[in-house]
Ligand binder design. Structure first.
Ligand code: PBG
Length: 323
């Protein structure tokens, strides 16, 4: 049976019919908004590489989070720019660091808001790599206790979830053990499981001044050419105790999101990264695309590919449109 019996256009004729048969619905509860915290009070400085996003002191992060929560946003993920950086990245586990202070402030301002902390050292190391160095290389096993200590500090500051993004081998297990030993066995881990060495992170690294001082991240983040390896990485993180698994970036890796969705029964998150956001913003500002329409289409496509959760700089804007 085919045309003229089959006419797929019948169900596309009106907005109501299209809505009735729509397969994928983008919902506010799918979205997680990244916030960039800095030391101080009353600070809200525009981030040049991420139009419409700000460096926020803990009090201002709480204010933004409260407003976004009232508009329907369920979750934020916090990144931090410390006062000073050093070789080990010790600012990451400073109980009075901007991320820890912002965790407390957001939970106080909006107790129902889910606060996730990005767990990594690259924002805190003076060399910009995601772990301490041994010569010119990142020392995997030396990074693990530092990451674990960071996660415990974040959870003690009120974070509802920690999200290791460093791509060291064994970090999910190390963090799980440290959380459990600290009596934080109820804190889930969202693991950046398949994180690629992507050029799409450029605007983020400018925002947190975390570009590696030498070399690149290719010895720990994944080769963009590999998809099978994403399943291997994800399997290891699940075995080590990941509660949610993430694929990052999102739009250029929809096949990986789909493959992870099909293989694993954990919630799947996708991080639509800074470069994806910046490209849509730039093309919108240049009048080349309809920014809002492209934003919603992109987020819907990421969900259609299999993501249950989407981390996006558009989150606060999107909930106001779909909420
Ligand atoms: C920290 C981290 C990065 C991003 C999230 N966590 C940067 C990196 O790995 O270089 C990128 C986020 C984005 O580009 O939006 N390791």
């Amino acid at each position: 049976m085919a045309y003229p019996t089959d006419r797929p256009r019948r169900l596309r004729r009106t907005p109501a019919l299209r809505r009735m048969v729509r397969e994928t619905r983008l919902l506010p509860e799918d979205l997680i908004w990244p916030l960039f915290t800095v030391p101080g009070r009353g600070v809200k400085e525009p981030i040049p590489s991420l139009p419409g996003q700000y460096h926020l002191s803990p009090d201002m992060a709480a204010k933004e989070a409260k407003e976004a929560h009232a508009a329907g946003l369920p979750a934020v993920i916090l990144f931090g720019l410390p006062e000073a950086k050093d070789a080990a990245g010790s600012g990451a586990w400073d109980n009075e660091g901007p991320v820890q202070q912002a965790s407390r402030a957001v939970k106080e301002a909006a107790p129902e808001m889910i606060v996730i902390c990005d767990t990594c050292l690259c924002e805190y190391t003076d060399h910009g790599h995601c772990g301490p160095l041994k010569g010119q290389e990142v020392d995997n096993d030396a990074a693990l206790p530092l990451l674990a200590r960071t996660a415990v500090s974040q959870a003690k500051a009120g974070a509802d979830m920690v999200a290791p993004s460093d791509m060291m081998d064994g970090r999910v297990g190390a963090i799980r053990r440290a959380l459990d030993e600290a009596g934080l066995e109820h804190i889930p881990i969202m693991a950046y499981a398949a994180k690629y060495a992507s050029a799409f992170y450029g605007p983020f690294r400018e925002a947190v001044d975390s570009a590696p001082a030498f070399g690149d991240r290719k010895s720990y983040q994944m080769d963009p050419a590999n998809a099978r390896e994403a399943l291997y990485e994800t399997a290891l993180d699940v075995e080590e105790g990941a509660d949610i698994v993430m694929v990052k970036p999102a739009l250029p890796y929809l096949d990986v999101i789909r493959a992870v969705r099909e293989r694993f029964d954990k919630p799947v998150a996708a991080y639509s990264v800074s470069g994806e956001f910046a490209m849509i913003k730039a093309a919108g500002a240049a009048g080349l695309i309809d920014e809002q329409a492209v934003m919603l289409e992109s987020l819907t496509a990421i969900k259609r590919a299999g993501a249950d959760l989407i981390l996006t700089y558009f989150a606060a804007e999107a909930v106001r449109l779909i909420g």
